[in-house]
Design a protein. Structure first.
Length: 236
């Protein structure tokens, strides 16, 4: 049951909500995923941590294989791991539609993007808060998405880092200047209270963990987020 993410020709024209299952109740994971799918999620964001690149461990390939069986939504695999080239094929085979690896552990971004594309998935590069966006932007034409971290990766529930807004603006301005219509994803501390700010700064894929799973009514919070996004213009 493979999902699908919009192709590059129109990917940046649509706002997308991506609940992060890192914040879900893992004792009820199937029910949680079905609930956010019913609430109108566009993607399921899947955080993978190795205890080396980031100081925490999380879910991996067996969980993704199980999740793939219960949802038609695209699975957005965020690999916060060292040596991602060793694992991208396994995650695509497990059901990932999109793979994000971090530029901090990816010395050859075009080669990595080419490998992910050859496996049939969308290619994305993540940028940590302390990393300059210009480390990735020269290779943007090889990518389907750029992922901006607005917290330090490794743990859920952190507060949004405001400097991510200027990084978003810089990325979106440069993509617009070059006529590249690719997604810009924001991940970390995204809630109803700040989703308008990140939309205005140029993001169009919004990862939210506790901002969705921490609420009693997933449909209500997703509708409120989407309504806010509809009413918010990009201001670069």
């Amino acid at each position: 049951m493979k999902g699908r993410i919009d192709d590059n020709s129109n990917s940046a024209s649509k706002d997308k909500l991506a609940p992060s299952i890192l914040a879900a109740d893992f004792a009820r994971l199937g029910d949680e995923i079905r609930a956010v799918e019913a609430a109108g999620a566009d993607l399921i964001h899947f955080d993978v941590m190795d205890g080396h690149f980031v100081p925490n461990l999380s879910i991996g390939i067996p969980v993704m294989t199980s999740v793939r069986k219960i949802t038609k939504l695209p699975l957005d695999a965020h690999l916060m791991i060292s040596e991602p080239e060793r694992y991208v094929e396994a995650f695509v085979k497990a059901g990932a539609d999109s793979i994000s690896v971090h530029c901090e552990v990816c010395p050859d971004i075009p080669a990595m993007a080419g490998k992910i594309h050859a496996l049939g998935a969308r290619a994305s590069i993540g940028i940590n808060p302390e990393t300059d966006a210009d480390r990735v932007l020269p290779f943007a034409e090889h990518l389907d998405m750029i992922l901006v971290m607005s917290v330090h990766p490794g743990f859920g529930g952190q507060e949004f880092i405001p400097s991510a807004l200027e990084k978003l603006r810089h990325i979106r301005r440069e993509l617009d200047r070059r006529g590249l219509k690719i997604d810009v994803e924001i991940d970390g501390g995204i809630k109803l209270e700040n989703i308008a700010d990140v939309k205005a700064a140029g993001a169009n894929v919004f990862v939210s963990g506790s901002g969705i799973f921490g609420k009693p009514d997933y449909k209500k919070i997703a509708d409120e987020m989407r309504d806010t996004l509809r009413r918010t213009a990009v201001k670069l």
